[in-house]
Design a protein around this ligand. Sequence first.
Ligand code: IMP
Length: 549
Amino acid sequence: MPITNGDVASNGVPLNRDLEKLDWRNALEVLKEYKSRDGLDVHDLLDSKKNGALTYNDFLIQPGYIGFAASEVALDSPITKRISLKTPLLSSPMDTVTEENMAIHMALLGGLGVIHHNCSAEDQADMVRKVKRYENGFISEPLVLSQKTTVAEAKELKDKWGFGGFPVTETGQLKSKLIGIVTTRDIQFHPQPEDLVTEVMSKDLITAPAGTTLLEANEVLRKSRKGKLPIVDKDGNLVSLLSRSDLLKNLNYPLASKLPHSKQLIAAAAIGTRPDDKNRLQKLVEAGLDIVILDSSQGNSLYQIEMVKYIKQTYPDLDVIAGNVVTREQAANLIAAGADGLRIGMGSGSACITQEVMAVGRPQAAAVFSVSSFAARFGVPCIADGGIQNVGHIVKGLAMGASTVMMGGLLAGTTESPGTSFVNREGKLVKAYRGMGSIDAMEDKKAGGGGKDSKASNAGTARYFSEGDRLLVAQGVSGSVLDRGSVTKFVPYLIAGLQHSLQDIGSKSLVELREDVGRGKVRFELRSVSAQAEGNVHGLDSFDKKLYS
Ligand code: IMP
């Protein structure tokens, strides 16, 4: 006999004390008698009249049913109307986060790095070109020696870069005739440092022709037992180099972000909305750009709407992501202008003081839900940008409807971000990180000629001031973040964490997660201040928070 609601008190305690009569086999039947599911659906959660505007730490996702392995969880997600990635992770267009090295590695790992524009158009186009020219495993710009290089100089280069095995060409440049290769063994114990490398280099070379695949090159390297394999064109000119040590790790990027039918990595870069940015964009497009992001802290502007229209008309093959926005109304203007994607966030960035100084912005979970549920009606994917401090925040951003998340501070400490690590006053290894609206970034000479007076040409930080501004008003700070090692370890950790989280939630893919949230299957819980304290490590005298190994 199924138990009816009448047999239990409102708190579920059976009124009938005869336990014999309670049939555990009926648990699923009894569950159906409840009028609503446990927890809150996303609309109740984000009802700002009842709960205020929430951000990631204000709520939790309830666990669902695990019926599959974490490794089966698919993380494919669109970044624009036309382009999808295998990993929903992006790095911010900031000068302490994304230059070509980060862009290449984020793309290899299935995400995307958006190249910053706090530099000349030429430098930015050069970075885009390097991403597009990057071939998995092939060093497209190797260090090349000239015939006039001495053994001492070669030794110095080896010490500086930490690797040996330099090709020597007629002109000392790439695309010139290869005449030899200098290995560490050739120079290590050579008694006359002033001798030219041509006297010690190996001239008996094993090379491979341009167009050789990684697998073929691997085979040649294996048979030759050499450390380096120069790739040459039909005239014997050096075009790239393959290193045995790089090879094995580089064979393994099955998630790499590429357009269908293309072998090249996807390249994305940011620009502003000034007239000059049209010239910049032209250079980026010539370099092979696939996605452009209009970088503005308040994207709902005449300038941005016109820029979106201009880009769609001038470069129909280029996808344009507009933003930043945090409300439906802002989003509607950009969607109607033709944006292929939106970037959401205002004031949530870790190095950001916009909310404090400008009094505008929106807590990130509320912003992501509001904008992405509206944009979804037009098939426009959204990026949850800023405020991501851990894997849990990534999951929450995606559960709120974003297709991808963008990170600045979380990736700034990795090896692939620009700059080098240094030891701070407390003896910790750190890397510089600064908001693009910090005084430091706005005054940076890299941006086009020097200091305050040149701010009009200070491209990358244009999102934080207007043409006629006499005074720089900071919207960001400048500081440092802890060193995190390579993204080649950190991003796989984020991916694995994401898969485990979706497994706990019971959604087998990001598509399923968004659907399950929409139809109320995925449930949420508000988190009081003490619930937040409970959810963090507490009561320990000391602990070591190692996140992955
Ligand atoms: P994070 O991942 O929390 O560090 O946030 C990164 C995001 O902060 C970037 O993608 C930008 O949208 C935003 N941002 C970058 N610089 C500034 C700034 O100076 N003020 C406000 N927001 C910024």
